[in-house]
Design a protein around this ligand. Structure first.
Ligand code: SAM
Length: 354
């Protein structure tokens, strides 16, 4: 008979509630960090368990704040939880939780998740092969402000492409909050009116599962938008292979340019010198086997892949420079304070409206 000890969820010693913690340490939500806290332990539990069993897993949580989700992760049986929090005001409450959970259970980093690299933190023995049908014993979670969640998402996709940073450990699943509309776009299949460049870049590297959404009332202070919780599992093989992230992103951005998003118009604007735009985009679509008057939202991943490869070929044939720089991302919506459009200047920004 196998021991059940390792597979049981843990019960932490009694701790003050999250609202008591905030009161004890005199912490008020900072608007410029888009802080909205989940106070209800049942919602934190639901969040922590939404991605599947955490028993004996190593978990990285970004933006723990006062630690509501962190507690739930520990109680769900995680072997170790590693948190990365930008706001040092939460250090004391996280330390309190560390004392309750055990020295080795909770590891606290005060810093920016956009600069976090766990490659040194975890043993290499944790790594599994990218082709392994099972994910590694490592998971990534967080209730982050949207103006951080989206740039983080782009960083994660780039790291998946090169299998670097946290993805040097294999196909690590992630569970993050996004604005409901963004979550819909991430999951939108071809033909869906929500289909956008975000759908394509996310789906090129991951399996997207929009698990559930939370009303604004689940948070304190309440955001003005609904919040979607999305699980991403890196694909063993992206749909579009053999081309770097920046190249694919450039072509996909061009495909989804313009109001009508008709390829005959959009491609001629974004990919070629203005003078030859119409002729070359017509040639490109012929090479890719796509009708000239097709609309971006109807394209399948395979068709988008054909356009990317045809563009690469055409550039080589015509001597067009394909050394593409990263496109600037422009995030305009914060987690919860739509009028509070302050974003960190150092953050890469993503325009969620495209
Ligand atoms: N996890 C807590 C909860 O659910 O109650 C707090 C969520 S609050 C929406 C987002 C948290 O992310 C805040 O604690 C905020 O300070 C933190 N945060 C914001 N930007 C961050 C960044 N770049 N890196 C790490 N943490 C960040």
């Amino acid at each position: 008979m196998t021991s059940k000890a390792g597979s049981l969820a843990r019960r932490l010693p009694p701790l003050p509630t999250i609202s008591d913690i905030l009161r004890m340490y005199g912490i008020r939500a900072k608007k410029n960090l888009s802080q909205n806290f989940i106070m209800d332990p049942r919602i934190n539990k639901k969040f922590a368990n939404a991605g599947g069993s955490l028993v004996n897993k190593y978990v990285v949580e970004v933006g723990p704040g006062p630690g509501g989700i962190t507690r739930a992760l520990l109680e769900a049986g995680a072997k170790e939880v590693h948190v990365v929090e930008k706001d040092p005001r939460f250090l004391s409450s996280l330390q309190l939780l560390k004392e309750a959970a055990g020295e080795d259970k909770l590891h606290i980093t005060i810093g920016d998740c956009l600069h976090y690299n766990p490659q040194e933190t975890f043993p290499s023995s944790l790594a599994t092969s990218w082709d392994d049908p099972d994910p590694p014993n490592l998971a990534l979670v967080g209730n982050l402000p949207f103006n951080v969640a989206t740039p983080l998402l782009i960083r994660l996709l780039k790291a998946m492409d090169t299998r670097s940073n946290i993805y040097s450990f294999g196909r690590v699943p992630s569970l993050f909050t996004y604005q409901h509309e963004v979550a819909l776009r991430m999951a939108a299949p071809p033909g869906d009116p929500e289909r956008s460049r975000l759908s394509v870049v996310v789906q090129n590297w991951t399996e997207v599962d929009y698990i559930f959404n939370l009303p604004g009332g689940a948070f304190v202070p309440p955001p003005e938008v609904q919040v979607g919780i999305v699980k991403l599992i890196p694909l063993r093989e992206p749909y579009i292979t053999g081309l770097p992230f920046s190249f694919i992103n450039r072509v996909v951005t061009s495909i989804f340019t313009g109001k009508q998003k008709r390829l005959k118009n959009s491609l001629s604007i974004g990919l070629f010198p203005k003078k030859y735009g119409k002729d070359m985009s017509s040639t490109l679509l012929k090479m890719a086997g796509i009708p000239f008057d097709e609309t971006a939202i109807n394209l399948t991943m395979d068709e988008i892949g054909s356009i990317c490869h045809a563009y690469k070929q055409l550039c080589e044939d015509e001597g067009i420079e394909t050394n593409i720089e990263d496109i600037e991302y422009n995030q305009t919506t914060t987690h919860d304070f739509p009028n509070e459009n302050k974003t960190d200047k150092n953050l890469m920004q993503f325009d969620i409206r495209l």
